[in-house]
Each structure stands twice: as C-alpha cells, then as structure tokens.
Design a protein around this ligand. Structure first.
Ligand code: RP5
Length: 172
C-alpha cells in the first residue's frame, strides 16, 4: 500500500471533531487514507470532480460525513461505483440528528450508502478497513486482533465482576 486507499470527506471543517475518529482508527490500522473537505452545497463542482476521479486515483472506499441536509454521501455515491460509507453528523444546523440520519439513510433504489450510527465515524473507519481487508490479508489480520481485543476486554470485565461483584464498578 503506497497510495491512499480510503478517502475521508466531510461537508465542513466543523465536521472534523467527529470525522477525526475515522482517521484515527485507520491510522491505528496503518491504512493509508486522504482526508479533505468537500461540500455538496458549497462546492458542488469539487464534489463531482472528487467522486468521479476517486476510483482512478486508487481509492477503494469513501467515507463521507455530513450533517443537517446531509446530501454529500448520497451524491458522491451517485457519481462513483466505489462503496460509500455515510456518517450522519449532529451538526449545528441539525434539528436533532434525525435529519442527518434520514438524509443519508433513505437512498433510492440503485444508489446505496452504507450508513453508520449518528456520529459513528469510528465504525465507518472500521467498516472501511473491513472492505480493504477483503483483499489485504495484513489488514484482515489486524482487524482480527482488534476484535479479539474487544472480546478480551469484556471477558476481563466479566471475570472481575465474578471476583469482586458488580457493585465494585459503581464506585469508578
Ligand atoms: C453540512 O452542514 C456540513 O456537513 C456540516 O455538518 C453542516 C454545518 O456546516 P457549517 O455551517 O458548520 O460549515 O453541510
């Protein structure tokens, strides 16, 4: 892997506080990515050129975050055959976050966007890594280790409750 394989885009600089979590997990998994701002409403020509050149530039998957009238993930999905993972963001112009979720989730037939939870940028990064991992054993092995660590953490907690009781956690 010598070139970015994941493209992380967001509608505004104000989305970065959420979208950084996608970048951070990809860094942890040592997957090369590019990250930038592309606004469906404020820079529509940039969105078209970003999405339509993404595959030729070597990207394998795009993670797109937006809030409010969150058209970026769906519009990008309409312009490329790469898988697009949408991150709905509870932004300053969101009513309660449902607007962002539904704008990204309720795509018409033929143009899917894999939508994660509200503010779920970390899971979007993990899902992007899983897509990369289907054709990259090194990445797949790192993801196995990541998931084993999640399991081990819960199992360690279970053991601790068995030894000290669940109430020992209430004081933390
Ligand atoms: C959306 O509008 C962006 O993705 C962002 O979540 C929201 C607010 O943008 P700013 O007004 O903070 O730039 O297009």
């Amino acid at each position: 892997m010598s070139k970015p394989v994941v493209g992380i885009i967001m509608g505004s600089q104000s989305d970065l506080k959420i979208m950084r979590e996608a970048a951070e997990i990809l860094e942890e998994l040592e997957i090369l990515f590019e990250i930038t701002i592309v606004s469906a409403h404020r820079t529509p020509e940039r969105m078209v050129s970003y999405a339509s050149s993404a595959k030729a530039r070597g990207l394998k998957v795009i993670v797109a975050g937006a809030g409010g009238a969150a058209h970026l993930p769906g519009m990008v999905a309409s312009l490329t055959s790469l898988p697009v993972i949408g991150v709905p963001i509870k932004s300053t112009n969101s009513i309660d976050g449902w607007d962002s979720v539904l704008s990204i989730l309720q795509m018409p037939g033929g143009v899917p966007v894999a939508t994660v939870a509200l503010n779920g940028a970390k899971n979007a990064g993990i899902l992007a890594a899983q897509i990369i991992g289907t054709a990259n054993e090194v990445v797949a092995t790192k993801l196995d280790t990541y998931k084993h660590n999640l399991r081990d953490k819960v199992e360690a907690q279970v053991k601790q409750w068995e030894q000290t009781g669940w109430k020992s956690d209430l004081t933390k």
